[in-house]
Design a protein around this ligand. Sequence first.
Ligand code: CMC
Length: 428
Amino acid sequence: MSDLKATLNIDGNAIEYPVIQGSDGPDVIDIRKLYAQTGKFTFDPGFTSTASCESALTFIDGDEGILRHRGYDIEELSEKSSFMEVCYLLLNGELPGKQQLHDFSYTISRHTMLHEQLATFYRGFRRDAHPMAIMCGVVGALSAFYHDSTDIADPDHRKISSHRLIAKMPTIAAMAYKYAMGQPFLYPDNHLSYTGNFLRMTFGVPAEPYVVNPIVERAMDRIFILHADHEQNASTSTVRLAGSSGANPFACIAAGIACLWGPAHGGANEAALNMLREIGTPDRIPHYIARAKDKNDPFRLMGFGHRVYKNYDPRASVMRQTVREIMAELKINDPVFEVALQLEEMALNDPYFIEKKLFPNVDFYSGIILSAIGFPTEMFTVLFALSRTVGWVAQWNEMISDPGQKIGRPRQLYTGPGHRPYVDIAAR
Ligand code: CMC
C-alpha cells in the first residue's frame, strides 16, 4: 500500500481514505469504510469507476489498447503460444515447461468425455433450440454429476472441477451443434489437440475419417486464446458474484454463460455478422452508418465500440490478420468480407466514430472467420463461452483462494415510494 491518501470533505468532516497501488494501471481509493464512517454509499451503476476485486490474472489498458495475461501481451501469446499453454498460464501464473505442458494437456484430455446420461439432456431440447440455451442447461446440469469434488474450500477439488470444465466444454459445444444438425454425436479423440479434437467432434461424421486442417486448427486455437480472459467483464463478474456465495462451480459457470449470451457482450459477434449480411452490399453501408449516428434510432454498429478499449481492441488487430489467412486458405469469396472492410474504412474515417472513440472490436472479425470455417451464427457465442471458460474458472479460483473473500453484495440508491400504510383491496 502507498502512503497516498484521498480526502473526502463531507458534512464538515475531512475523512482520509487509503490509495492502493496495483502493479500496473490506475490506483484505487479504498472506500471499504466509507459507509461505516459517513453513512453514505458510492453510486456507480455499470461499475465504470469501480474495481470490484483484486486480481493478478489479466491487465487491460483501454487507452493504450493493451491486453496482457500474467504480464504477457496478447499479440505475443496469440502468435507464439497455444490455447493449452494459455490455459496453464492463467490457472497457474507461469508459462509451463515442456513436461508441465505435456502433463497438463494429458490431464485435460482425460476429462473430455461427458457422462453418458448427459446425452439424454440434449434430446429433451427442441432441435431448433439456441445452442447457448442448451449450453446453459447442460453446464448447469454438470453440477448434479460430480459429487466427488464439491468442496470448494479444497484446492484439489477446485482444480479437478476447473479441469473438467475446460475439458468438457468442447464436447458440450460440439454436441449442441450436432444436435441442431440432426447428426450423431461424436466421442472425443484424445490423440488430437484440444482444438483439433473440437473441430473433429463438430465437423466430423462417424462414417468417414476427419482430417484436421492445420491452418483452420491454428486460427481456431487463436480465437480461443483471444477470448480466454478479459479482466472483470460482465460474465466474469457474474461468475465471481455467483461464486462468492459458495455456489457449485458448474452452476457458477452456467451463470457466466447466461450473462455472456447478451448482444452487448458475447452475443455481439453473432449480431455483427447478421448485421453485415443485412447490409449485404457496400452501397448500402452509408444508410447503416447514418442509422448508427441517429439518436432516435436504437440501431448500433455491432462489433464497434468497447467499454474499456478507447483506442483500439488489440484482439481485433490479431483477428483482422487471421481473417485474411483463413479466407485465402479456404478460398472463400464471401461478399460479407468486402462489406466488412468497407464498413470499417468508412466508420474509422467518420467524425462521429472518431470523436466517440469507436473502433472495431474482436467480434467484428471473429464472426467472419467462424462463418468461413463453417459455423452457423448461433454457434458463435458458444465458441466464446468455450474459450472464456478458462478465464472464468481461473478468476473463480483466485477469488475463492483469497482469505479476505466476502459474498458480493452491492447496495443501491433507493428511488421508490416512501413508507405508506397498506390499503385493503376493497378500498383501492
Ligand atoms: N454504434 C453507434 N454508436 C455507438 C456504438 C456503436 N456500436 N457504441 C457506442 N456508441 C455511442 C453511444 O450511442 C454513446 O453515444 P452518446 O455519448 O452520444 O450517448 C457513446 O457511443 C458511448 O456509448 P456507451 O453505450 O455509453 O458505451 P459503453 O461503454 O456503455 O458501451 C458497448 C460499450 C460495447 C456496449 C457499446 O459500444 C456497444 O453497444 N457496441 C456494440 C455491441 C458490441 O459490439 N459489443 C461487443 C463488445 S466486445 C466483446 C466483449 O468484450 O464482450
